[in-house]
Write a new protein. Structure first.
Ligand SMILES: [Fe+2]
Ligand SMILES: [Fe+2]
Length: 141
């Protein structure tokens, strides 16, 4: 196994790439004006995976990282706080989909995708740094 394969950054980045693919599927379904059922299924898959991912970061990864590297707590707390905003925006998009305004929902999901991609990039950058710090601390013991 590549030593980096068991890093937290690797595990989170893998989940991010799966979410990116689901964002693309949901957006494509909306843009191609697929049947409402197909759009609903793609959006439902994305929402479930996103909620599971956010919960895993909130309850598993970030509390462990805060304990391991308390110096990063303020940034980790800010990332967790951003999750509530993402959950709320996703709920709003779902409500827009139900209001028979596909254009509005599609634009909102595209904006959500961009904001979430920036969130993913900040997380991966921070996690890479924490992984490196933890590896360095382990090797100097
Ligand atoms: Fe996150
Ligand atoms: Fe994430």
């Amino acid at each position: 196994m590549n030593p980096k394969d068991d890093s937290i950054e690797h595990a989170v980045a893998e989940q991010h790439r799966r979410l990116d693919a689901m964002f693309a599927e949901a957006l494509a379904a909306m843009r191609e004006s697929a049947a409402a059922d197909a759009i609903g299924e793609a959006f439902g898959r994305l929402r479930d995976a996103l909620e599971a991912h956010l919960a895993q970061e909130d309850r598993l990864y970030y509390p462990s990282l805060c304990a391991l590297r308390p110096v990063h707590r303020p940034v980790l707390d800010a990332l967790v706080a951003a999750h509530d905003g993402f959950r709320a925006r996703l709920g709003e998009i779902e409500a827009q989909m139900g209001r028979q305004d596909p254009g509005e929902a599609e634009r909102a999901l595209a904006a959500f995708c961009s904001a979430f991609a920036a969130h993913e990039a900040s997380e991966e950058k921070l996690l890479k740094r924490i992984d490196a710090e933890v590896a360095e601390a382990a090797s100097s013991r």
